[in-house]
Design a protein around this ligand. Structure first.
Ligand code: AMP
Length: 289
């Protein structure tokens, strides 16, 4: 696996592949890789060759009081994992390569970026959309792989891709979870043993809502109440939001209908975790956790 540190070299690698009529796949990450990231690579490998991954801890998507400085950076083990997964190239730029002096152009996806994650983390999605557009321009993939774990992020990138007529197809992959249901996240490493046990409350509360859906409940308030009840019983948990939203607009819905998300953001101690459940409530109910 080649490690590619400059934009010029990354562009050259992708240009070569495209000239040979090959299908370029891309998995953008911030590093501290786990099985969730590797599932994206595996999916990409099925269709694309070469598959490029990037590790870039994007400073522009962290607020001033967020965890940029203490975000885990286990670069050596990350490289081992990507090599084992047979990634063809790792794009590993410095922040100064991506944001040179006097950088001043940003992408803002209106509306979708202001809600939920965007409300608690102002400017977060501006940073995400900006870096993802830059990475798309640099890597020029045919297919780019994202996790449904960050459902709002995936939706915002899809909107940007449409609005700006980008020639990239997005593939959104299922959430990879621990055996006890906790969604894998680089931030799980912040949890101490007791918090780690408490963190399953996100999954448990979504499971409780799933059971209500299966019993025929479609009223969002009732589902939210069920989620709250489970969360309230967990002393380490503090709710940021629990919302049932339309999967296109991310606006709250009164009644669950086709293509919704139940979205959760919960503090476990000082660590903020997110999780979600995709709900397709047409003639038949289909739920994806
Ligand atoms: P990050 O390194 O946190 O920016 O994540 C990089 C990509 O991996 C994003 O598209 C995430 O949605 C995805 N991802 C993170 N955790 C998971 C997970 N547990 N399951 C599936 N995808 C994930």
């Amino acid at each position: 696996m080649e490690t590619i540190r400059t934009i010029a070299w990354m562009k050259e690698k992708t240009r070569e592949a495209r000239q040979e009529q090959r299908i370029v796949g891309f998995v953008p990450t911030m590093g501290a890789l786990h099985a969730g990231h590797l599932a994206l690579v595996e999916k990409a490998k099925k269709v694309c060759s070469p598959v490029f991954a990037s590790i870039f801890l994007n400073p522009k998507q962290f607020g001033p009081h967020e965890d940029l400085s203490r975000y885990p950076r286990p670069l050596e083990t990350d490289i081992d994992k990507l090599m084992a997964a047979k990634v063809d190239g790792l794009f590993l730029p410095d922040a100064s390569e991506i944001y040179p002096h006097a950088f001043s152009t940003y992408v803002h996806v209106e509306g979708l970026s202001e809600r939920l994650e965007g409300k608690t983390r102002p400017g977060h999605f501006r940073g995400v959309a900006t870096v993802v557009l830059k990475l798309f321009e640099i890597v020029q993939p045919h297919f780019a792989y994202f996790g449904r774990k960050d459902a709002q992020q995936a939706r915002i990138i899809q909107q940007m891709t449409r609005d700006l007529n980008l020639d990239v197809e997005l593939v959104v992959c299922p959430i990879v979870r621990e055996a006890d249901g906790l969604a894998l996240s680089s931030r799980n490493t912040y949890l101490d043993a007791e918090e780690r046990r408490a963190a399953t409350v996100l999954y448990r509360s979504l499971k409780a809502a799933e059971a209500e859906l299966a019993a025929g409940v479609r009223d969002s308030l009732e589902l939210q109440r069920t989620i709250h009840k489970v969360l309230e019983k967990e002393p380490h948990a503090r709710l940021d939001y629990a919302e049932i939203v339309d999967a296109e607009t991310f606006e709250p819905v009164v009644q669950v209908r086709q293509h919704c998300y139940a979205l959760l953001a919960v503090y476990i101690g000082k660590t903020r975790l997110i999780d979600n459940m995709l709900i397709e409530a047409g003639d038949e109910l289909r739920v994806e956790l």
